[in-house]
Design a protein around this ligand. Structure first.
Ligand code: SF4
Length: 110
């Protein structure tokens, strides 16, 4: 994947912020919610609301992060095993990369 220059990253960020702002102005039902959530999650919710996703993965991430009061650690520690999204929630232990000091023998069955 091509690495973006600082200017390209700034432009991408500006375009994303404009998309979110335009959505907030244009969608009365979801716009006020989108405006009120933490900025770091607005792009994720915008993508879901605007139909920019091709699978439910981001929608599940959005629901879980909302459910956990915007705390990723709380999604990871979620104990609501009866929730239909439980097995699909993001930030699970299995998603973490191996620890650097894990001996190779301990990783072969994983
Ligand atoms: S899996 Fe846990 S964090 Fe995700 S929606 Fe269900 S209860 Fe909330």
């Amino acid at each position: 994947m091509k690495r973006l220059s600082t200017e390209e990253m700034a432009e991408k960020k500006r375009l994303r912020e404009d998309s979110v702002k335009n959505f907030i102005k244009s969608d009365k039902r979801r716009g006020s919610f989108l405006a009120a959530i933490p900025k770091g999650f607005q792009w994720l919710f915008y993508q879901v609301y605007a139909g920019k996703i091709k699978s439910p993965t981001k929608a599940i991430r959005a629901k879980c992060i909302d459910c956990s009061c915007w705390q990723r650690d709380e999604v990871e520690k979620c104990m609501a095993v009866t929730c239909p999204l439980y097995d699909f929630r993001p930030y699970q232990e299995k998603d973490k990369p191996f620890k650097q000091d894990t001996p190779l023998e301990e990783t072969k069955d994983l």
